[in-house]
Design a protein around this ligand. Structure first.
Ligand SMILES: Cc1ncc(COP(=O)(O)O)c(C=O)c1O
Length: 400
């Protein structure tokens, strides 16, 4: 008898998972890691995270939580103590007045964004997204079935988004406007006047304003501003915040959303069927960060300003490189179009790849953020590392 041949059924993944791509920034980290494992000395200007360590009092709160056996499930959206700490911090810093039922704590700001978009954006809805955009917005919107309508900004105006530019793209299908000020990757900061005008536009037209304020404390202009201070427009607003960058806590995974109670309830429902609560111990650490001394935040901000000036001056001194002055976050977004077409370089992605493999400097190619002529350089590192990276870039670009 002939044995029946075993046929492996083809792997069928869902249509929705095929709508999205892996994060471009994670791809760079993976390739740089591979080279490092081969013993190659890589200067890492690709990472999207602070080089500082988490403040001591925050670490101690987490250790105390472990010793005190704070190790059980908590309320899905975070303990009342944490939710109160988030709204109190925001009220103190930005004159907002959210209540406990208008805040949800999640496993990082990205998780809060994901949940907010899943509960507000439906199939066929349009979402206005300024370019350059942080890599995940586009994919999270696509996963929800929405269509991104790209808002192209002007590099000669520092990639700033204005209310007039936004209004031009509004249609009857517009469901949401995403703003990210300060911006990853450009470092652009919107003026409080423009933020107010977009919030007003959204409220008047019944459109959701999703304001990603993960870098709100890393604003280098005179005026630190959150749309949360615009209480009159809050019915159509979702603010996403994160402890990742503010307190150098990227690996801890704690973010939050401030939104109308019905939106928060829907986000909690979704969270209750996926991650449940953010890690109990991390919630205790987050309370310590939010309620404790804030000098650490200001110290880091001042150091980023110094590093920003250093890296922008260095980049601008490389013949052929043009660079706008970022006003927040910790990224420079130089224009490298002068090198495309030289020495067999076909695109900014190609250039970033060769910078990594030949000059051993990790950066992130601009096409992942929606522009063709740029690379993203993170300056959240020491001045010494920046100098090593700049020198290698100068030599490599000069050789093309
Ligand atoms: C613009 C922006 N939003 C949100 C996030 C998410 O940060 P996290 O999930 O660590 O809070 C990041 C992280 O890089 C970011 O750059």
């Amino acid at each position: 008898m002939t044995p029946a041949t075993e046929v492996t059924p083809p792997l069928t993944l869902t249509e929705r998972i095929s709508r999205i791509e892996p994060s471009a920034t994670m791809a760079v980290v993976a390739e740089a890691d591979k080279l490092r494992q081969q013993g190659i000395d890589i200067v890492d200007l690709g990472a999207g995270e602070p080089h500082f360590t988490t403040p001591q009092h925050v670490k101690e709160a987490a250790i105390a939580a472990i010793h005190n056996n704070f190790s059980r499930y908590t309320a899905v959206g975070g303990t009342p103590e944490l939710r109160d700490a988030i709204v109190r911090r925001h009220a103190t810093d930005f004159q907002s007045d959210y209540g406990r039922e208008e805040v949800v704590a999640s496993v990082g700001g990205k998780h809060a964004l994901f949940n907010a978009i899943q509960v507000l954006v439906d199939h066929g809805d349009e979402v206005i997204l300024p370019v350059p955009y942080w890599v995940s917005f586009k994919d999270i919107v696509r996963y929800a079935g929405g269509n991104c309508v790209l808002l192209h900004t002007d590099e000669s105006r520092g990639f700033r988004v204005t209310a007039a530019m936004t209004e031009r793209l509004v249609t009857s299908r517009t469901k949401m406007i995403i703003l990210n000020s300060p911006s990853n990757p450009s470092g652009a900061v919107m003026s409080p006047q423009d933020l107010r005008a977009v919030a007003q536009l959204a409220a008047e037209r019944g459109i959701w304003l999703l304001s990603d304020e993960c870098y709100v404390y890393l604003n280098y202009t005179a005026e630190r501003f959150s749309v949360g201070s615009l209480r009159e427009y809050r019915e159509r607003m979702v603010i996403v915040g994160s402890l990742s960058k503010t307190y150098a806590m990227t690996g801890w995974r704690l973010g939050y959303a401030l939104a109308p109670a019905a939106v928060v309830a829907a986000m909690q429902k979704l969270q209750s069927q996926s991650t449940s609560n953010p890690t109990s111990i991390v919630q205790k650490a987050a309370v310590a960060a939010l309620n404790g001394p804030q000098q650490c935040v200001e110290d880091m901000r001042l150091e980023y300003i110094r590093l920003r000036d250093h890296v922008v001056n260095g980049l601008r001194s490389i013949p052929g490189v043009q660079c706008t002055l970022p006003e927040g976050a910790f990224y420079a977004y130089p224009n490298v179009s002068a090198f495309i077409g030289r020495g067999n370089v076909k695109s900014a992605s190609d250039l970033a790849g060769r910078l990594l493999r030949e000059a051993h400097v990790a950066t992130v190619p601009g096409p992942g953020f929606g522009t063709q002529d740029h690379i993203r350089v993170s300056y959240a590192t020491s001045e010494r590392e920046l100098d090593r990276g700049l020198e290698r870039m100068r030599r490599f670009l000069g050789s093309l």
